[in-house]
Ligand binder design. Structure first.
Ligand code: FAD
Length: 509
């Protein structure tokens, strides 16, 4: 890579232009963008890709209707615009969804919702998604699961995403464009001179790497990395906020999501999830504690169940929860009193002094705005390299090279080409791999050609693909981050998968 003539940074010998700490959506998004511009990129992730916050989101690609209340117009406009850009880039992972917002009195009366939704429809140059409509919930089928007191409301558009696969496919694309992606590789020390000297530990082995610019994209670990790895003198201005979700058996038969307002004004979503389930979330609490052992508390689970009970006729109890997960946002501390009031906008901080290698720190952000965040991050370090222009807006992610509304066509093609696939199996594979489904199925003529079936519709061929091309190493990588088949697996099936994977891993080593 050509470098700008800048005698303030770097000798010409660093192995990488950029080293990125963190394999969540922000780290992999930056890695992809930078690799596509011709930079030499190293990304290290201490666990699995998306094992942090980026697999624990509400899975919305949205403008964030609620952020309008905080006057965050820049963020909402950017996120609304990104919604359609991302839908075109990854139509296999991202789907439009209609959201039902029952109107009620209280702090958000119908007139206020109407104004908010009008802005929401018009701020972001909406082209593909349908606009807001008013609903008579006494007659519309989406009113049927609701308690009788909700008689009217609105229906608006946003999208839902498979968040962890979005991360993985950014990493796949980055690697195909030359980035070195190292999972289960922890950065334990970053020495700063005119370049960065990184000490990494991977599977018990230590290694050293050098880079010209370091990016701290460690999400909620940003402060820990700053203090213990980079050892910056100042404390990182970060505020951590925890959010929890629960998954229960399907609560309603239609394909819309609901947006409920909790008794304290917080917003709780209830979304159709993986055909047989409903995803309910989220809470928003200040967080201090151990990031390695994040689980929703009993109080958070009760709060979510109680909020849904205010709206749905069907009673939801904590014992109905089949899976629960929690994630932590790293927000840029703007001094707000409540976690829910802190800005969701991202902040990119560049630390660059004469004769020392630059450090870029990424605070906050949303899954929805990761692509713009990557562009903004690269613009901040533009002076240190001669790199190509921004390019990701029109470039599909791996397998996403088909029309934004072409999923059903792709499923039909898949069942024609591999007639032994059941309809649901074909839909799941197209939803995960898009036009790359053939990379998983190859020339198989019968289900048995795909090898052992571990549970649900997971076959050895798919697991091998995930191990060879998507950095899957453990059963949980496959069951919870490359897919959500964990919802359907028994403990015994999971154990058989884990044994198969350790055998395959040993053979490959
Ligand atoms: P992470 O995904 O946490 O990635 C950071 C990575 O750094 C981790 O994987 C970690 O293991 C790694 N790491 C840390 N230290 C080291 C080290 N020393 N060496 C190597 N690796 C290291 N956004 C939306 O757009 N839509 C939503 O619906 C939405 N819902 C949300 C719901 C909740 C409850 C939360 C908490 C957030 C939500 N967000 C949503 C925001 C979004 O999920 C986050 O902004 C985003 O996932 C942050 O990604 P990240 O890459 O910064 O962090």
């Amino acid at each position: 890579m050509l470098r700008r003539d800048d005698d303030s940074t770097g000798d010409q010998m660093a192995e990488f232009d950029l080293a990125i700490i963190g394999g969540g959506i922000n780290g992999t998004g930056i890695a992809r963008d930078a690799a596509g511009r011709g930079l030499k990129v190293l990304l290290v992730e201490q666990n699995d890709l998306a094992s942090g916050t980026s697999s624990a989101s509400t899975k919305l690609i949205h403008g964030g209707l609620r952020y309008l209340e905080h006057g965050a117009l820049r963020l909402v406009r950017e996120a609304l615009t990104e919604r359609e850009i991302l839908l075109r880039m990854a139509p296999h992972l991202i789907r439009p969804m209609r959201f039902v917002l029952p109107a009620q009195g209280g702090s958000r009366p119908a007139w206020m919702l109407r104004i908010g939704l009008f802005l929401y429809d018009h701020l972001g140059g909406r082209k593909l998604l349908p606009r807001t409509t008013t609903l008579d919930l006494t007659h519309h089928p989406v009113g049927a699961p609701l308690r009788r007191r909700y008689t009217g409301g609105f229906e608006y558009s946003d999208c839902v995403v498979d968040d962890s696969r979005l991360v993985v496919l950014n990493a796949v694309d980055a690697a195909e464009r030359g980035a070195l992606i190292r999972t289960r590789t922890r950065c334990i020390r970053a020495e700063r001179t005119d370049e960065w000297r990184l000490a990494l530990v991977s599977h018990g082995r230590r290694e050293a790497r050098t880079a010209r610019v370091l990016i701290n994209a460690a999400g909620p670990w940003i402060g820990t990395v700053a203090e213990t790895v980079i050892r910056t003198p100042e404390r990182a201005p970060v505020r951590l906020a925890k959010g929890s979700h629960v998954v229960v058996k399907k609560l309603f038969a239609h394909d819309r999501g609901y947006v409920f307002q909790g008794p304290d004004g917080r917003v709780v979503f209830a979304l159709p999830y993986h055909r047989d389930f409903t995803l309910i979330g989220t809470t928003d609490l200040d967080f201090e504690g151990d990031l390695a052992n994040l689980v929703p508390t009993a109080d958070e689970i009760t709060y979510l169940c109680n909020t849904v009970d205010l709206y749905l006729r069907e009673v939801v109890l904590p014992v109905d929860v089949v899976w629960a997960f929690a994630g932590v946002r790293s927000l840029h501390d703007d001094g707000s009193k409540k976690a829910g009031d802190v800005t969701r906008d991202y902040v990119i901080a560049l630390d660059h002094k004469f004769h020392t290698a630059p450090l870029l720190s990424i605070y906050g952000g949303k899954i929805t705005t990761y692509r713009r965040l990557a562009e903004a991050a690269l613009a901040r370090i533009d002076d240190f390299f001669v790199a190509g222009p921004a390019w990701t807006a029109g470039a599909p992610l791996p397998g996403g090279d088909f029309a934004h509304d072409g999923l059903d066509d792709q499923v039909a093609r898949a069942t024609e080409r591999w007639p032994f696939l059941g309809a649901e199996h074909a839909r799941r594979l197209v939803g995960a791999y898009g036009t790359r489904i053939g990379h998983v199925l190859g020339d198989a003529r019968a289900l048995d050609d795909l090898g052992t079936r571990f549970g649900a519709d997971l076959t050895a061929a798919e697991v091998r693909y995930l191990m060879r091309h998507e950095w899957a190493e453990t059963a949980d990588d496959v069951l919870w981050r490359r897919s959500k088949l964990g919802l359907a697996f028994t403990p015994g099936e999971r154990e058989a998968l884990a044994q198969f994977m350790s055998g395959e891993g040993a053979r490959a080593a």
